[in-house]
Design a protein. Structure first.
Ligand SMILES: [Zn+2]
Length: 165
């Protein structure tokens, strides 16, 4: 389901992530945010719009998740709370002052962040990112010995961006 109406990611970041460490967490250029899911220094977490809602995507650690999943991961890392999706949804309702009864039930595909193809969505949203994001990811990919598919997707995105300039 599309959570944007209830729990927009940027607002989640403002209400939950920044207060965890205001010196570290902030917005950068192009609405990117310092990622709370890895040891990020340059903002590399972006929000991608898909048909099924907002997807958070980090160019640093490769995170790919919706707001519920993001809250589960943040709670685990910073509060040592291991929430399931239902508990995370309840939490988000409290944070955003939404009544749980007003929140639609999740469907089978929820929790997978999106069924649409990740690379297609990244390419569609490339205007939000710049070449320096790729440089970081290419180096990181080499470091982590990523498979060729990882670099192919990066290449595709970079070519797409150079064409659009
Ligand atoms: Zn990250």
């Amino acid at each position: 389901m599309n959570y944007k109406k209830y729990f927009p990611v940027e607002e989640y970041y403002r209400r939950v992530v920044i207060p965890l460490n205001p010196n570290r967490f902030h917005y950068g250029s192009g609405d990117k945010m310092v990622c709370p899911l890895h040891d990020d220094h340059d903002p590399s977490l972006g929000v991608i719009e898909s048909k099924s809602g907002e997807v958070c995507h980090c160019f640093g650690c490769g995170a790919w998740c919706d707001v519920v999943d993001l809250h589960m991961r943040v709670s685990k890392i910073y509060k040592k709370r291991y929430l399931d999706r239902d508990e995370a949804r309840k939490d988000l309702c409290n944070i955003f002052h939404v009544k749980l009864e007003e929140l639609p039930e999740e469907g089978d595909s929820d929790g997978k962040a999106t069924d649409e193809r990740r690379e297609d969505l990244i390419v569609e949203n490339m205007s939000k990112f710049d070449i320096s994001d790729f440089r970081y990811r290419v180096l990181d990919g080499k470091l982590k010995k990523k498979k060729i598919g990882y670099f192919n997707a990066l290449m595709m995105s970079m070519i797409w961006e150079s064409k659009s300039q």
